[in-house]
Design a protein around this ligand. Structure first.
Ligand SMILES: [Fe+2]
Length: 378
């Protein structure tokens, strides 16, 4: 018999399991062939992990069939001189071939389900056939070659302590390691997806928000207003638009600097958040201009909202040191039935009313419908 030198150990860290020299039977050609099976098992495992079953699975099954044909033929030729033991071994080989035919049929119907079955079957084969039947057959053959009778050789082979517990533990450790790796990878991926979602949500929020005041920016205010207007039209409601412009803001900026001006704008943002209802739509639509769409509001209700805003804004200090100077705002209001209105019209009318309030002396409210000015109540 041509006993070759054992080939080098094979396998990489990504393998389902690494070849271990304790899996060797001691007959190099058989061991070389077993390593072909080992490579196929690891390839199948990678294919399952990468979810690219087609066309890899039919290819693997073809290679398994060809492996079995030549490997079983070789083993059976080695056993041909045995008086006993070879029939049961041949039957095991025949069962393997039948199993491969069954897998081939199942793989054509459902590759996703078949691939893990095949992997489990091959791992069991490794533990029950290679690390048992083949190993004992090899020990018997080597003992006979050393001059023992078949009965003596058989007895020695049966007495041989199989490395099964060691191989099983090793396989379990490697599988457990892979499972832990998989769980860690899944966790990391889930975290990355979550971080990405949060980042996208933050970008979306920033795209909608005026960063200084935290209010909706002009574009987002328009978007929300359009939606609300469409709803109000369907329900046939009245709605009001308020345009709020801070008085003499340029001069505050010029006198006390932009930083102070910015702090005022932030405080105005807080006033809006504190004073307005959840259903009101508001935003910073210009440098010191703010707009509020008040749904389901008549003139009286809109005036009350405007007055609350005017009063709250007038509590904001208008200079860094002087205690008496206060920020004031001029507010224009328009109230219209939603049907027939559009956002541009509402804003134009509210803007015009706001200028009327400016011309009438600032720090007051003006209505677009009547042009009536309300004197400041402070
Ligand atoms: Fe075998």
């Amino acid at each position: 018999m041509d006993l070759l030198v054992n080939p080098p150990l094979e396998g990489s860290m990504s393998d389902c399991f690494l070849w271990d020299s304790r899996l060797d039977t001691g007959i190099p050609e058989i061991d070389r062939q077993h390593r072909t099976l080992h490579r196929l098992i690891n390839r199948l495992d990678r294919v399952i992990a990468s979810e690219t079953l087609l066309p890899a699975l039919p290819e693997i099954l073809e290679e398994l069939a060809s492996y079995a044909a030549s490997h079983f033929k070789y083993e059976e030729s080695l056993m041909s001189g045995f008086e006993f033991g070879q029939e049961s071994h041949r039957r095991i080989h025949a069962d393997f071939n039948l199993k491969m035919l069954e897998m081939k049929q199942k793989a054509a119907e459902n590759p996703a389900e078949t691939a893990p079955w095949l992997l489990t079957f091959l791992l069991k084969w490794l533990l029950t056939h290679i690390v048992d039947t083949d190993m004992r057959m090899a020990k018997k053959l080597l003992a006979m070659q050393a001059g023992r009778s078949e009965i003596e050789a058989e007895r020695e082979a049966q007495a041989f302590e199989l490395p099964l517990p060691y191989i099983m533990e090793k396989l379990y450790d490697e599988m457990a390691g892979k499972t832990r790796e998989l769980i860690a990878t899944r966790r990391r991926l889930a975290m990355e997806i979550e971080e990405r979602r949060a980042l996208e949500a933050e970008f979306a929020r920033q795209a909608r928000t005026d960063m200084l005041t935290g209010l909706s920016n002009r574009r987002h205010f328009f978007e929300l207003s359009e939606q609300e207007l469409a709803r109000s039209k369907r329900d046939g409601e009245l709605l009001s638009m308020l345009m709020i412009d801070l008085d003499e803001f340029k001069s505050i900026n010029d006198r006390y600097g932009h930083q102070f001006g910015d702090s005022i704008l932030k405080k105005v943002g807080e006033v809006f958040r504190k004073t307005l209802r959840a259903g009101d739509i508001y935003g910073r639509v210009g440098g010191e201009e703010f707009a509020v769409l008040v749904p389901e509001s008549d003139e009286k209700e809109a005036s009350e909202v405007a007055e609350r805003l005017r009063l709250e804004i007038s509590t904001i200090p208008g200079s860094p040191s002087e205690r008496t100077e206060r920020v004031t705002a001029s507010i224009g209001i328009v109230t219209l039935p939603a049907v027939g209105a559009d956002i541009d019209l509402l804003l134009n009318l509210a803007d015009r009313a706001m200028y009327q309030a400016k011309h009438a002396g600032r720090n007051r409210i003006s209505r677009a419908d009547t042009g009536t000015q309300e004197a400041p109540r402070v």
